[in-house]
Design a protein. Sequence first.
Length: 287
Amino acid sequence: MTTPGGSSIDVVNIDQAAAWDGHEGDVWTEQADRYHRASRRIWKRFVDAELVGSTARVLDVGCGTGGPTRDIARVAANGEVTGIDLSTRMLELARERSAHDGLGNVTFVRGDAQVFSFEPGSLDVAMSSFGCMFFNDPVAAFTNIGGGLRSGGALALLAWRTLQENHWLMSLRDALAVGRELPVPPPDAPTPFALADPERVSTILESAGFDSVALEPIDESVELGVDASDALAFAKTMGVVEGLTHELDDQRRTEAMTNLANLFQTYETADGVLLGSAAWLITARKV
């Protein structure tokens, strides 16, 4: 696959590359601060788990604009952190912000982690903040990532639990349904919920050469805006909102946006617009 700059990389997750190195990646870059703020309470739980040491060699899979990567680089101040992602534009912002922050122990590379050539045994930790749910072949992907880990190295992932458990997403869907019955993503497809089933997660990771698989539930609020107006502006840029409204006529789109505005007003607090979420902190060890 050829990048916008003309260089070629090995990619097997073609649809994901098209999205993240296209419109989806552009939107996430433009809304980087809002996305970081949205999940910051969940991310704090990851940091508080102290899964990364000060000298660790770390890989951040699906690093995006690099917010978590930079946080981990500060933790692993005497180590090295590499972020990998499919999005050219998101990586550009990640590099800019890392340079601005004076982080000399961070490197960002564009690639598909399912097939990228990691140096064998070179990593202590492979981590991801909601970036590992989209592989076409998750066993192959985690096998490849595991090849970069030393024996006994750690895998640490944040991933969503089921759609039904995530109040924030169900609320968005309900607001946008406007009389329609909306489809539910299949559990084994490359969607945000591909790692929601604990049994499936264990099977994937054990098949990929990991053991000591554990899933810790995290129930924290997502912050969709500082107030209802800010949340509505953010929501209008989200892929889920675009996807659920692009076929609506003007009247039903207006109704859907009114529903969203009312939803955010309902959940507006002094700390922002907060709705419940349900995630996993998945950990495992390389055999």
